[in-house]
Design a protein around this ligand. Structure first.
Ligand code: BDR
Ligand code: CA
Length: 309
């Protein structure tokens, strides 16, 4: 397994974060998951941390360190509570509780330490508000040179937002963090709503998952029943890392709006020479995905995980 890619997942589980974790866990031949860092987002920090642990345990990855990170965004504390993922953040389906305390050390410090120990090869994967990664960048100016890139779910470049007409949830929750991340010279792949809205959970897949006796497919069916969103947003980052040939993308300069209110967290993407106005692209924005192949890959990955457990 010499070519396994060292990765660190920063997340806020969340049902679709949970499915991304299961998908990553299905492919130890590709992904060397070194640590999971957690921020508040879909629900409060205590729950997002416990949820990351609960899902890792179910996926047979209970030995991966889970570090608690930011309990609130860098800018204004969050006002609205999201009910998309149920009260407990995992669809209220009664998953077993987390059985251990989080690993020692703040999530932002864990990002820095993991990057240093991976010798420049660490790839960051982010599926929540970018608070921990922004804090890590503020703490360690060397960090951008130590990571091999960041693939994130967040933003809405060419389509409307989901939390406000202008902004996607992860960027809207912590616009200042998103701005810091996009202004730090990291090689970013942005899987925003432009592409994740195409990752629709089809009725055919739901029918295959609901009530399945196989453990992972059954679990996915239950989680998805408690999820009030039609798309598997966070799983798209895993599909991209595994099969970039299923996607189309465009280089862009992305600027994040930090004005409070409805436009907080808006991702303004410049792609033409005129709009770039001399700036270089700071991100690759995913724009299209082969939904049928995405879905097939998801199902076969859950079967692969069942064989491993
Ligand atoms: C994003 O918001 C959260 O609700 C999901 O987990 C995903 O990361 C989609 O906008
Ligand atoms: Ca998420």
């Amino acid at each position: 397994m010499a070519d396994r890619r060292p990765i660190l997942l920063d997340c806020d589980p969340g049902v679709d974060d949970a499915l991304a974790i299961l998908w990553l866990a299905a492919h130890p031949e590709l992904f060397d998951l070194r640590a999971v860092t957690v921020a508040a987002g879909n629900v409060g920090l205590e729950l997002t941390v416990a949820n990351a642990q609960r899902v890792l345990d179910l996926a047979g990855l209970g030995d991966i360190p889970v570090h608690a990170g930011a309990f609130r965004p860098i800018g204004a504390p969050r006002g609205k509570i999201s009910m998309v993922h149920g009260k407990d953040g995992l669809g209220d389906i009664g998953l077993p509780p987390a059985t251990r305390p989080p690993a020692a050390g703040h999530g932002a410090q864990a990002i820095i330490d993991t990057a240093h120990s991976a010798g420049g090869r660490l790839h960051l994967v982010a599926t929540g508000p970018l608070t921990n990664i922004a804090l890590a960048l503020l703490l360690d100016p060397e960090l951008p040179s130590l990571i091999d890139g960041l693939t994130l779910m967040g933003g809405a470049a060419f389509v409307p937002g989901n939390t406000t007409p202008a902004a996607e949830f992860n960027f809207h929750v912590d616009p200042q963090a998103a701005r810091i991340v996009f202004e730090n010279g990291i090689d970013i792949t942005m899987a925003g709503l432009d592409v994740t809205r195409q990752a629709v959970i089809s009725p055919q897949v739901m029918a295959q998952l609901s009530g399945h006796d196989a453990p992972m497919r059954g679990l996915c069916g239950k989680l998805l029943k408690g999820y009030r969103d039609p798309c598997l947003h966070d799983s798209v980052v895993v599909a991209w890392l595994m099969a970039p040939q299923l996607f189309e993308s465009v280089p862009a300069h992305v600027a994040i709006t930090c004005v409070p209110g409805e436009i907080a967290g808006q991702s303004v993407a410049a792609t033409t020479e005129r709009h770039l106005a001399g700036r270089s692209p700071n991100a690759t924005i995913l724009t299209r995905l082969d939904q049928r192949k995405f879905e097939a890959m998801f199902l076969s990955s859950m079967q692969a995980l069942e064989r491993r457990l």
